[in-house]
Design a protein around this ligand. Structure first.
Ligand SMILES: [Zn+2]
Length: 396
């Protein structure tokens, strides 16, 4: 693991490198990250119909009442995320040559409805603080110091809304790096969502600061890698072109080139204005999924998006069989969080496995037992994400 740490900071209106070591100029991002391993894009066998639900808790830590943003403003940001990570946003900003590289990340974000102690929650915590610009300070992460403690960072994406002064819009930690207590995303209240305080903050008024920072949270780098000028470094993603510019406070109306290739300026991981951003690529999706099934897999097992008292995911997975009795041809309907690959096994009453199949998540999976003439009672076991569940099947 490389331990070379960079702090990418978001300096409004400043494109130049800061004198401070390991900080570069950037208006939307102060992601603190190691130059991630050039992690291989993992081509997960992910069912095309799966949606991964990410529980979010928003901690509003404010000094001035104006920073105590409304629930509606917070929800407007969740709505943006649920467009951008599903490729349901305005895709017309993506220039023609890059239209073949628009990826649906199949991720949806919910404001948590279940708190770590199992109680019901709005998914928002609020705290008044006496500390100026607390969004720039470590105190933000600690209740006893005037900030707000993270909820279990394995189970929730923690987003702190806090004043970051005049030079930054947001920052993020990278997976597996830094302190657990400080794991998550920080956004200034003026750049979170699309209404309320954010409404007149163009060009950062469309919620893309959070989209970009959450990209970092799932291990995406800027397309130029750790250094925007050399053309020597990269983001570890093959389908984002090499690039030597950041598009800071820009909204190009034509495709520009650098490092010998056309620049994908509408990519969410550039510094482009909110209105001109519109795509993640399949390579970025694979990298995000590698994180989602790796360092951040706790989010997939989290009950944060499930109302207290409802336990459909208690065993991780349940399913129904029909018809039952059957003639050997039957259907499985998984009734659970559609995680990754499903494994289906059939056992006879002596416990012998007579059949096995792996399948992508589908609403209904057809199974046809191979041997004609099999009769009697069987047990069908469905496994996914480390959970399994068994049902009886009668074959007549
Ligand atoms: Zn960034």
């Amino acid at each position: 693991m490389k331990t070379l740490f960079y702090i990418v900071c978001c300096f409004l209106g400043l494109g130049s490198l800061q004198a401070q070591p390991a900080i570069d100029g950037y208006p939307r991002c102060g992601a603190t990250f190691a130059e991630a391993e050039p992690l291989e894009e993992i081509k997960q066998v992910v069912p095309t119909r799966s949606i991964f639900r990410i529980p979010v808790v928003v901690h509003v830590v404010y000094r001035e009442e104006t920073g105590n943003i409304s629930f509606e403003q917070i929800q407007s940001q969740i709505d943006v995320l649920n467009q951008d990570f599903r490729a349901l946003n305005d895709l017309s900003v993506v220039p023609g040559p890059f239209e073949d590289r628009i990826a649906d990340l199949q991720m949806e974000f919910c404001l948590a409805v279940r708190a770590p102690d199992g109680s019901i929650t709005s998914g928002v915590t609020r705290r008044e603080t006496a500390i100026d610009n607390i969004g720039l300070k470590t105190e933000l992460y600690y209740s006893e110091m005037g900030g707000r403690n993270a909820w279990d960072p394995d189970a929730y994406l923690n987003i702190w809304i806090a004043d970051m002064g005049e030079n930054q819009t947001g920052r993020s930690s990278f997976p597996g790096q830094g302190l657990r207590e400080e794991d998550g995303v920080v956004i200034d209240p003026r750049y979170f969502g699309t209404i309320g305080l954010a409404e007149d903050q163009a060009p950062y008024n469309l919620g893309r600061t959070a989209t970009h920072e959450i990209g970092h949270y799932f291990n995406l780098l800027h397309p130029w890698g750790p250094d925007p000028v050399s053309c020597q470094r990269d983001d570890g993603v093959t389908d984002t072109p090499e690039t030597g510019q950041t598009f800071l406070m820009e909204c190009p109306d034509s495709i520009l080139s650098s490092c010998g290739s056309e620049d994908m300026h509408a990519n969410f991981m550039y510094y482009t204005n909110d209105a001109c951003m519109g795509q993640f690529t399949p390579g970025q999706r694979n990298r995000v999924w590698a994180t989602l099934f790796g360092a951040r897999k706790g989010l997939l097992a989290s009950k944060g998006c499930i109302m207290p008292g409802i336990e459909p995911a208690e065993s991780g997975i349940t399913f129904t069989l029909h018809p039952n009795p059957s003639d050997g041809l039957f259907y499985i309907k998984p009734n659970a969080y559609p995680g990754s690959l499903l494994k289906i096994e059939v056992f006879d009453t002596a416990g012998r496995k007579i059949w096995e199949q792996s399948s992508s998540y589908e609403e209904s999976i057809q199974i046809e037992l191979p041997e004609k003439g099999m009769r009697g009672l069987f047990f069908v076991r469905l496994s996914a994400n480390g959970f399994s569940s068994t049902e009886k099947l009668v074959v007549e």
